[in-house]
Design a protein around this ligand. Structure first.
Ligand code: GAP
Length: 464
């Protein structure tokens, strides 16, 4: 089973230290969330899994980390200043404000009226100002990036030349992005500050771009599977031509069933877009329009590529898989949620997180906390495991309660130290999902746990 709704996850996340509403001591800040001790581990594990999979396990992708604040001209020529808009409408009756594309039946979701103002554009890039004279100086305006992608495009030549790359190859980046969303909401699904994992895959203008979109869709469906997200909770959506972003010739969204209780359960988890050569050419000094006029008189670089075998120079096309960290974390939590009834008839929550994502891999629990030898042995085991896997020591309750707590936060293994351990140098390892127990020698424990924690393998065929 998966979580019946997002609210179940909101309450678990707050109760158990995954995610807290931000700025709560001042009444909160709409749609801002802080990641707690377990949430930060889960996010880090998702990002590490992605980085290993996309940068280390392949031979055709490099990683970078570009600035969040870029030269404003980047956003002028990327088209974001002119077109990164949401269309706003106001209800004349109750004055509530909405995104026009989110109103499907022409009725105001707040009061039910159908009396709207004209739709008007609202640029969703978050503004800031740079420098000490910022308030008086209009040139001090800058933006917090709304996507990590532009930092990749403007570094295309730096990466290609320093790493001596030939097409096809990709550049990956993970980091924060910001959008002044008109209607944020649904927990961490839509926020003004969020994190993206984006990869720009540069290919020849004559490559089979549509096939490459399909290739990356398949890869990501597999990767989500390795994170424990079931295929039946994913839906592939071919974005209609009218709804494509200004740079895209084809986009497939991978949607997740975030709203299983609703008639329309799907919301975007990620998008895979064929961005053509739009971005590299728009940032290039040599690109000219149909009349031979430079399209970018401000650029000092030409981001074209010289293809040695064909002796041709061109602007590579790009296939871009763009995924949100926060939306992945929410999908992972929803899919991992399950309930199980014990022999006393009590219902327990078990978070069946993939072992690679679990914030804590093993909890070391002493059966008797008033027995110094048992406590000492348990703490020593925790310390010996820590260099190879994330382990915690916990003696703050009876063993039943301790097991239940670890199940609820997705810890794959509980290791219990008891009286017998002092004699046979062995401990009981309890499995989170089956509740089965096994006796393991302390000397073999680290290897035993590491073997069982291995991530599911993901095969990645070469790009065709
Ligand atoms: N570079 C392309 C790009 O940014 P996007 O579809 O606008 O494409 C990619 O964003 C992904 O980033 C989305 O599929 C989603 O996972 C995440 N994302 C976008 N806006 C978000 C928001 N306001 N809150 C949380 N995640 C967001």
């Amino acid at each position: 089973m998966a979580a019946p709704n997002i609210d179940t996850i909101v309450s678990l996340a707050k109760r158990r230290g995954f995610v807290f509403p931000s700025s709560e001591v001042y009444g909160g800040l709409g749609s801002a969330w802080d990641y707690g001790p377990l949430g930060v581990e889960l996010c880090n594990n998702v990002k590490q899994s992605w980085w290993r999979w996309i940068v280390y396990d392949r031979d055709d992708i490099e990683g970078i980390d570009s600035s969040i604040i870029l030269n404003r001209l980047v956003w002028k020529y990327s088209g974001h200043e002119a077109t990164f808009n949401d269309w706003l409408i106001d209800c004349r009756k109750c004055k509530a404000r909405f995104r026009a594309d989110k109103i499907s039946d022409n009725k105001c979701p707040s009061c039910g009226a159908s009396d709207w103002t004209e739709a008007r554009p609202f640029n969703t890039m978050l503004q800031t100002k740079l420098g000490a004279v910022a308030d008086d100086d209009p040139t001090a305006l800058a933006y917090l990036r709304p996507e990590t992608a532009q930092g990749i495009f403007i570094n295309f030549l730096n990466v290609q030349t320093t790493m001596r790359r030939k097409l096809p190859f990709g550049i990956a980046q993970v980091g924060k992005s910001f959008r002044n969303e008109v209607t944020p909401g649904n927990f961490i699904l839509r926020t003004r500050e969020f994190e993206q994992m984006e990869m720009e895959y540069f290919v020849s203008p004559t490559a089979e771009h549509s096939k490459l979109v399909d290739y990356w869709v398949e890869q990501y469906v597999e990767w989500f599977g390795s994170l424990g997200i079931s295929r039946e909770n994913l839906f592939l959506y071919e974005v209609p031509e009218d709804d494509l972003a200004h740079y895209s010739r084809r986009t497939v969204d991978i949607m997740y069933r975030y709203f299983p209780e609703r008639e329309k359960p799907w919301e975007e988890l990620m998008g895979i877009a064929w961005r053509t050569d739009f971005d590299l050419s728009t940032h290039s000094k040599n690109k000219v329009d149909a009349e031979g006029k430079r399209i970018n008189p401000d650029s000092t670089e030409d981001l074209s590529y010289f293809d040695e075998p064909t002796k041709q120079r061109f602007y590579p096309h790009v296939i871009e898989p763009a995924v949100g960290v926060n939306r992945t974390v929410l999908a992972v939590l929803m899919d991992a949620y399950s309930e199980k009834t014990n022999d006393k008839g009590e219902t327990r929550v078990i978070l069946k997180l993939s072992p690679q994502l679990a914030p804590i891999k093993a909890a070391i629990l002493p059966l008797a906390k008033n027995k110094p030898e048992i406590v000492g042995m348990a703490k020593a085991i925790k310390r010996s495991l820590q260099p190879v896997l994330r382990a915690v020591y916990d003696d703050t309750g009876g063993i039943g309660k301790l097991y239940a707590r670890q199940d609820e936060i997705g810890t794959p293994f509980c290791v219990t130290v008891d009286h017998q351990s002092l004699e046979d140098e062995a401990v009981t390892v309890r499995d989170r999902d089956t509740w089965e127990q096994e006796r393991i020698k302390v000397a073999d424990l680290a290897e035993h746990l590491q073997k069982r924690l291995k991530p599911y393998p993901v095969t990645q065929p070469e790009v065709v």
